[in-house]
Design a binder for this molecule. Structure first.
Ligand SMILES: Cc1cc2nc3c(=O)[nH]c(=O)nc-3n(C[C@H](O)[C@H](O)[C@H](O)COP(=O)(O)OP(=O)(O)OC[C@H]3O[C@@H](n4cnc5c(N)ncnc54)[C@H](O)[C@@H]3O)c2cc1C
Length: 504
């Protein structure tokens, strides 16, 4: 993953691609890996960093979605559980099983949720991890010693899976290169090229040099998440809106709020939402919310009402109610929701849309991280057909994704650990710059490592060291390093609760 070489490939005169993918989140990376694995010449362009949008801001679950079970969307649950099984098999270093307990407070709840989770087991079929089972009150308290015991009658234990979303995105980007594809981050697509009324490529700008490029391609896939309608309108100004947006926030707390290895799943809070408290990287992630927002902001921030909601509900279930001062970091992501009348022509489920415009632009939007692979398979089938590429079957069902967490090799290098509260080592920053296309402090602290997500204050404290290492690795000046620190500190301010955006 060398950005200079990737840009050079882009600029080669006369070079044409089979497929260009706009957007380097789960959806775009999944589609690009799928296309490259079929032997199509594939290029992916990401305007910020890989997974800098929603794809680094998820709940970090690879799951069937108990919520969809309640909605009766069994097809989606089954598909997700199949994909969960595949990911556990193909990416064992990146995705691992996680036990959950759903606490119950009445005999009726025990029956209702117990039966629901048995159905969940059945839908997973041979890809199930371990059957769900009923727990007594004492067993629940033993597994989650910090759960509030009042009214507790027992619980149901079931297994789902957990991952590091941004690291998974980097694993996909690496896989893309391994398969002969190319990806460039910090490269914004600004328009579409046309040939005889058909989409024939993209034009865009390298965010680092300002150099403009025109890239020809037989097909273009629009995987820009919440911004997909912007691209659709480049294609046709009157394109109907495909998505609306809602925001979901999470808080990160110290591990002492939920010690042990078991996650807590509240299927229905007072206002009908699902709430998770999940052990993740020696911290606890609590969320999420669902608040309609008008348009996507580049760095969506949790709103005060979201923070209050999560704190209040966590306090209902945990012995020690967390307060604002306990929040180590908070982050929000934008959920593109399918708008009615968007003109979807086909799709695997109600959760995502796959739309082909008259001029051949293929848009894929919505869905889940969990189902990125099956979404990609359908997208590339369609894109290849529209672009007139020779049909080739999808082979990603068996495609292994390697873990990059071999941190040991980096930890032995000089420099060592960079901050006492962060599991971040000099070697990881070096690897980020040399092998993972990290181009600045935010790329390293938000996505190559997850420091910003885990402890925003510590991330700000370590930023000058990271900037110095990056400047050395990337051949940048001291002034660049100091600009990077300033920009990162300003960004991280929004991740600390005292700065949470006020209501209205
Ligand atoms: C709060 C929340 C929690 C979630 N939790 C889970 C979970 O636990 N498990 C799960 O399976 N799913 C989860 N999801 C869903 C999952 O995160 C999303 O489905 C997935 O990340 C969407 O990926 P995407 O690539 O479509 O969008 P994005 O990640 O937003 O990627 C789109 C990319 O396009 C880029 N882009 C936009 N315009 C341009 C342009 N002009 N040129 C170049 N690039 C451009 C953006 O910079 C961005 O990186 C969650 C979603 C939310 C909101």
């Amino acid at each position: 993953m060398n950005r200079e070489a990737a840009l050079a490939a882009l600029g080669e005169g006369g070079r044409s691609w089979d497929l260009v993918v706009i957007g380097g989140g789960a959806t775009g990376l999944g589609a690009a890996v799928d296309a490259a694995s079929r032997g199509y010449r594939t290029l992916l362009l990401e305007r910020e960093d890989f997974a800098s949008g929603t794809s680094s801001r998820s709940t970090k679950l690879i799951h069937g979605g108990v919520r969809y079970l309640r909605q009766g969307n069994l097809a989606l649950v089954r598909e997700s559980l199949q994909e969960r099984g595949r990911l556990l098999q193909n990416a064992p270093g990146l995705v691992r099983p996680l036990p959950f307990i759903l606490p119950v407070y009445s005999g009726w709840e025990r029956l209702f949720y117990g039966a629901g989770l048995k159905l969940y087991d059945r839908l997973a079929g041979s890809r199930g991890i371990e059957p769900s089972r009923l727990l007594s009150r004492d067993e629940v308290i033993e597994a989650i010693p910090t759960i509030r015991p009042e009214r507790l009658r027992g619980g149901i234990r079931y297994l789902d899976a957990q991952f590091d979303d941004a690291r998974m995105a980097i694993a996909l980007a690496r896989k893309l290169f391994e398969l002969g594809g190319v990806a460039v981050n910090h490269f914004e697509v600004r328009g579409l090229l046309r040939n005889g009324g058909r989409v024939a490529g993209v034009r865009g700008v390298d965010g680092e040099t300002g150099r403009e490029f025109e890239v020809s391609a037989r097909g273009v896939i629009n995987a820009t998440g919440g911004l997909c309608d912007v691209v659709r309108r480049w294609d046709r100004a009157a394109s109907p809106r495909l998505v609306t947006h809602s925001q979901g926030a999470h808080l990160v707390l110290d591990r002492s709020f939920l010690p042990g290895v078991t996650a807590l799943m509240v299927p229905k809070t007072r206002d009908g939402r699902v709430l998770f408290a999940i052990p993740w990287k020696d911290h606890v992630v609590v969320g999420t919310t669902d608040v309609p927002v008008d348009a996507e902001r580049l760095d969506p921030q949790p709103l005060q009402e979201e923070v209050e909601f999560i704190l209040a509900h966590a306090g209902e279930y945990l012995v020690r109610a967390p307060g604002r001062g306990d929040i180590l970091s908070c982050f929000a992501g934008i959920r593109p929701l399918l708008a009615r009348g968007g003109g979807a022509t086909s799709g695997l489920s109600r959760e995502h849309a796959l739309v082909v415009s008259d001029s051949g632009l293929v848009t894929i939007a919505g869905g889940k991280w969990t189902t990125y692979r099956s979404m990609a398979a359908a997208t590339v089938d369609e894109a290849a057909r529209v672009a007139g590429l020779p049909p080739r079957p999808c082979g990603t069902g068996q495609l292994a994704l390697a873990s990059l967490e071999s941190a040991g090799q980096n930890r032995s290098e000089p420099g060592g650990r960079l901050h006492p509260r962060l599991d971040l080592w000099e070697g990881e920053v070096v690897r980020g710059a040399r092998e993972e296309m990290a181009r600045g402090v935010e790329d390293v602290l938000a996505r190559r490592s997850r420091a910003l997500f885990l402890d925003a204050r510590a991330a700000v404290e370590v930023a000058p060291q990271v900037a110095r290492i990056l400047a050395r690795e990337l051949g940048r000046s001291e002034a660049w390093a100091s600009d990077q620190v300033q920009a990162f500190s300003a960004l991280a301010a929004g991740w600390r609760p005292r700065c949470v955006a006020p209501l209205g």
